[in-house]
Design a protein around this ligand. Structure first.
Ligand code: TYM
Length: 333
């Protein structure tokens, strides 16, 4: 039997998952789970950069796991685990830190954003965030990493660290690459037209997998629109394209075509379109929300899933770390 290609991806446990996480990441995980050897994890160590309250940590991790499963991830087909259950990851992180340079880490746009937003909490974990992320990926020798646009630069760094390690110590790591099925979903914009949907910013313009129909309706009805096009077949402003994109993702193709036709012949009524989108979005999110809520009630089941996931992940991680130690020269006894 041909060996399956290895896939790794993770989601930070910093808040409720949203449509960006769903379409940018989880939807691809679900599509990959049959044909690849998949390792998907909750990045709880990464969440520590912002010092979450210890009493919230477990619920956050279990919720992200539940939301992944509720979205269609099958823990029997993939390894689903908490990052902190794999001690080989921080060990590799330490090794890679010796090959990561302050100057390159300071230049990373996500680091610069965090410094701007939280100037009082510029900790070393934040600076070395991409190194930990590289360790997450390289520990399984993954070649494909399904992520949204915002993570591309981190992937490039993971490739650099892999190359640097290999050229210094000999071939241990494969080079990981971003993977996606659909370029349209790499960046789901927020409903107010300002930036992307996010776990912690733009909360009123982000649709969460945990939102009920009423909340979804209110958010969508407030989405930014304008008085409509005046010339047939006009280009769409970004915020209108975003509404069409969301409709394409959750509504019937015929509904989408009808509104696109109305846009192109200048007869579109955004109020009607948003009402339709709100209805279709609520119908799309509802089963995910309900399944996630049920799963979160069943803590024993989630614990078992994460434990089994960690066992599968450690099997692969322990092989890689043994190779890395040996390559570096750490084999004394
Ligand atoms: P995180 O938790 O911010 O996001 C999880 C995944 O969701 C994608 N995403 C989006 N995609 C499209 N549109 C959006 N608005 C949107 N918002 C988020 C992200 O690109 C990501 O794929 N550093 C990572 C977690 C991580 C990781 C890893 C990922 C840690 N180690 C190793 C892959 C491999 C993060 O903070 O993702």
């Amino acid at each position: 039997m041909q060996k399956k290609e290895i896939v790794v991806s993770g989601i930070r446990s910093t808040g409720y998952l949203h449509l960006g996480n769903y379409f940018g990441a989880i939807h691809n995980y679900v599509k990959m789970q049959e044909d690849y050897q998949c390792y998907f994890f909750v990045a709880d160590y990464h969440s520590l950069t912002t010092h979450p309250d210890p009493k919230d940590l477990k619920a956050n991790v279990f919720r992200v796991a539940a939301e992944n499963i509720a979205s269609g991830l099958d823990p029997d087909k993939v390894a689903l685990y908490a990052q902190s259950d794999i001690p080989e990851i921080p060990e590799l992180y330490l090794m890679l830190n010796m090959l990561a340079y302050k100057g390159e880490l300071e230049k990373v746009p996500t680091f610069k954003d965090k410094v701007r937003l939280n100037p009082d909490n510029v900790n070393a974990g934040l600076l070395t965030y991409p190194v930990l992320m590289a360790a997450d990926i390289l520990i399984h020798n993954a070649v494909k990493v399904p992520v949204g646009k915002d993570q591309e630069q981190h992937l490039e760094m993971a490739r650099n660290f892999a190359q640097r390690f290999n050229s210094r110590y000999g071939e241990v790591f494969a080079e990981p690459h971003v993977f996606r099925f659909d370029e349209n979903t790499v960046k789901i914009m927020s409903l107010d037209g300002n930036g992307k949907m996010s776990k912690s910013e733009n909360v009123n313009a982000t649709i969460y997998l945990n939102d009920d129909a009423d909340t979804i309706g209110k958010k969508i009805m407030k989405a930014k629109t304008d008085s409509g096009p005046t010339e047939p077949n006009s280009d769409m402003p970004d915020y209108i394209r975003n509404i069409f994109q969301l409709m394409q993702l959750v509504s019937a193709a015929s509904t989408y075509d009808t509104y696109l036709g109305a846009y192109n012949n200048c007869s579109i009524r955004y109020g009607d379109m948003k009402k339709q989108l709100a209805e279709d979005m609520a119908a799309f999110v509802q089963p995910i929300r309900e399944r996630a809520a049920d799963l979160q009630q069943d803590e024993d089941r989630l614990r078992k899933i994460l434990k089994e996931g960690a066992e599968k992940a450690r099997e692969s991680a322990s092989k890689t770390i043994a190779m890395a130690r040996k390559a570096i020269g750490i084999h004394y006894y």
